[in-house]
Write a protein that binds this ligand. Sequence first.
Ligand code: BGC
Length: 694
Amino acid sequence: MKYKEIIDELTLEEKELLLTGGGALATAENKRVGIPKLTMSDGPHGVRRLLKHPNPDYEQICNIGGGDVCFPTASALGSSWNKELLYEIGSAIAVDCKEEGIDVLLSPGINMKRTPLCGRNFEYFSEDPILSAELGIAYVKGLQENGVGTSLKHFALNNQEIDRSSISVEVDERTLREYYLKAFELIVKNAKPMSVMCAYNKIGGIWCSENQWLLDYVLRKEWGFDGLIVSDWHAVHSPSKALAAGLDLQMPKNSRIAEELTYGLENGIITIEDIDRSVERILSFVYNLKSGEQILKQNQEKGTYPYDRNKQHNIAKKAALESITLLKNENNTLPISREEYKSIAIFGTYAEEPVIMGGGSSKVTVSEESIDKPLDYIKRYVGNQTQIIYESLFDKIASGMKIKQRIHNIAKEAELAIVFLANEPECEREGIDRDRLTFSEYMNEYTKEIGRVFKKMIVIMQTGSCTASNGWEHRADSILQMWYSGEGGGSAIAEILFGIENPSGKLSETFITRIRKDMDYPGDGTKVWYREGVFNGYRYYDKYQQDVWYPFGHGLSYTNFEYSDLQITPENSDNESQKVKVQFKIKNIGNRAGKEVPQLYVGKLDSIVLRPEKELQAFDKIFLLPGEEKILNFELNDRAFTYYNTYLRNWHVESGIYNIMIGASSQDIRLNGKYKVYWEKDYSGIMKNEALIL
Ligand code: BGC
């Protein structure tokens, strides 16, 4: 046993005290034996500053003072589709962590987006497990390779905030494995996060914090996770049952832990071996991170130190540039040419006071001066000959009629309107779900009116998740999804508007106009049934040919890309473990440099089980100068062709023909190919009689 000497030195009570926090956001220390404490903070889009609580036993998150760096939120970063960027963000946040004395960042959140209404969707990367996993791997490595621990959360199925602390998710195992657990599995296996945070809810009637199948069997035994399992804050109901199920650290501090665990010991719920095992994991966690500090010091000596606030701001801005997504651009309304307009009207208070993040535990406290205001930067980039007329619109205490009159008057002076819409931070936040998919009614009304009276209208949406137009879509010439784009979003959006930068974000979630009616959400207060199975997001809209507003993976550029020469090698195989090489060319056929995100989807239509028409399996983001061409290579392993077979209780590659699709979005497939695999151990046949159809 590692740390045996220390463990032998500890009394039972001292061991028990190590199994809960030493405060709100720290592990417990033991001064007698010399075990140091670790400090934690949320995540994911920046570090939450901690201030001392008057009670020395506690630390408290403080939302005053400012000074933190606010990077774009996870849904924005998801739309960057840029793994290198995510590594850079992780590394930059690691620098902030050390600046603030934080050892562990409680992130990333990688829950799938089952409903666009989930109040925490802005904290999650995507509706797709592969996109979430690839970005999550890069982000976790960025933090951990710089000496800061991570906590992959919320394991698992915390896909709604309504009733999150009471609801039981009822889901079949195939759906769970293929869709809801997949990103966790891939990140655990490929990035080795130092801790995993269990979720509040129950699965199949058992709290995640007490779910031995989930924590011990799947996470530890199957996936080989050897880090620390931490509870979400106040997610533990019975410390002994949780410990017996595999949970190591109950957060925050439970001052009755020793009493409760001793009761568990005396009544046979747990053994001393259970306690020692979790103490050992806590010691590993603490000492690994304490030695990790050395790594950060060395890296800082190489150049990141002394702390450079501007450098952090520039990384945040770069991330916003990579994330902002151009959804619509009729008649090349964008980019705005500096000489084109005598007068431009800017509408909406969010041009002056952008919404840069959502609410809840992920909220960071940024000083006003660090936040780039879109209006300031628009004024900076617009030509000398152009007048800017700003109308805050949404915070007017005037009547609707008066506002409409004002819109009409401005329309007489300006040809182009740029409208800033937003979901206020408290509308998207932890603990609640949104009650509607659209913007506030008054925002919709004014936007419709602006679209009616102006020659041209550009709409910019500051939201953390899909928020639909309610009647103005067809009146908008261009629509930009700005996301909650962090402190640098204001300058980034102005640079995109004026063509200083070319947009390259692609939607990390499907944008819809109507909520699905066939889904059980939010449940009956006790249970929520995931009857739709794996058919969520684009998997559903593809399968049932339902119209969407903008599809998953969609995002325009100011240039165009041509895809050609798809080659699949081999095209046939008799071995299910065969690696498949997929090669194709992409050329920038426009006259501007730009970035494209080629997406590789795999689908099998003649499957014995119901399968999505296509599923993302690989992607890249590449930069091309005008006229430049690049060859891209992806290698797919057997996992790209599998489904989770509940009969075998394992991943399974069916014999047959697979479609390999290369697209610029999930609905803009540019190249199609086939891969055939026939292999001896295909168990699909024996299942035909077993009625194992989803
Ligand atoms: C959230 C976690 C967070 C924790 C600590 C909980 O309410 O669900 O995501 O890490 O608080 O702030």
